[in-house]
Ligand binder design. Structure first.
Ligand SMILES: CC(C)(COP(=O)(O)OP(=O)(O)OC[C@H]1O[C@@H](n2cnc3c(N)ncnc32)[C@H](O)[C@@H]1OP(=O)(O)O)[C@@H](O)C(=O)NCCC(=O)NCCS
Length: 229
């Protein structure tokens, strides 16, 4: 394991087990080796804050990973035309550009082996009633491209998410919504220390799906000020 993988602040056990934080701040460093749990070689990943010029690539990536995650599992009543409309509305370049320009939203990209492999988005948002605690901040999106699953990128992003939520946004609680049938993600979040506190609606067009609402306290020691963004 490279010497720069020193632990400098606590987070959930799982979220640091594979990818402890670079004490010089990941947003200052350009490249982190993400530990691979399996035999595959560890990818060289660079985390950076997305900028306006990333909107088009991010829109395409976000739409593709959303469809890849849910496309075949959504109820049959939600047809391809509904999904296409949802993708265009929720993830289109215009929407991405608006989110990238919003000071209440931070989007982090993981470029791995020279390609966009994952992204996460943290934001100030309306909070569901089931989320208690002071200063709740939402983890709005976390998507790792399928070929990169299980190689520590989600955990590495989670450390950065904590830093943004606690540091830049001054949050004390991190919360998120996850589709009740997304068992993989629910297992990942549970290992990252989140607990289930209730339900919320998620709409694909007029179709209502049920999300679980998960929360985790933020350790104030997570609060570093990212160097960019
Ligand atoms: C959920 C997700 C973000 C996890 O990221 P990741 O980079 O694959 O996860 P990591 O390699 O950092 O962490 C792996 C840990 O989480 C769990 N995990 C991650 N992906 C898993 C999967 N596909 N199936 C089962 N467990 C999984 C593992 O148990 C593993 O724990 P371990 O190291 O103790 O074995 C990623 O799989 C993903 O993007 N999925 C599709 C999109 C999605 O569902 N996003 C969440 C929307 S709310």
């Amino acid at each position: 394991m490279p010497a720069r993988f020193h632990r400098d602040r606590p987070a959930s056990r799982l979220c640091l087990r594979h990818a402890p934080r670079d004490p010089r701040s990941s947003m200052n460093s350009t490249t982190d080796m993400i530990a691979a749990p399996g035999p595959a070689a560890a990818p060289a990943c660079r985390l950076r804050h997305a900028r306006h010029e990333d909107a088009a690539e991010l829109a395409a990536f976000a739409a593709r990973t959303f469809e890849d995650t849910y496309g075949s599992d959504l109820p049959g009543r939600i047809g391809p035309e509904h999904i296409a409309l949802h993708l265009a509305t929720a993830f289109g370049p215009r929407q991405q550009a608006a989110e990238l320009a919003d000071p209440g939203v931070v989007t982090v990209l993981a470029d791995c082996d020279g390609r966009l492999a994952a992204y996460a988005q943290v934001r100030r948002a309306l909070v569901p009633p089931c989320v208690g605690g002071r200063a709740p901040i939402e983890l709005h999106r976390l998507y790792v491209d399928r070929p990169w699953h299980g190689r520590g990128i989600g955990q590495r992003l989670m450390v950065e998410i904590d830093a943004i939520a606690a540091g830049r946004f001054g949050g004390a609680v991190l919360w998120l919504k996850v589709w009740e049938r997304n068992a993989r993600a629910i297992a990942f979040y549970a290992k990252c220390g989140f607990v289930d506190v209730g339900v919320a609606d998620y709409f694909v067009g007029a179709d209502r799906l049920t999300d679980r609402v998960l929360v985790r306290p933020l350790d104030p020691r997570s609060a570093i000020r990212p160097a960019s963004g």
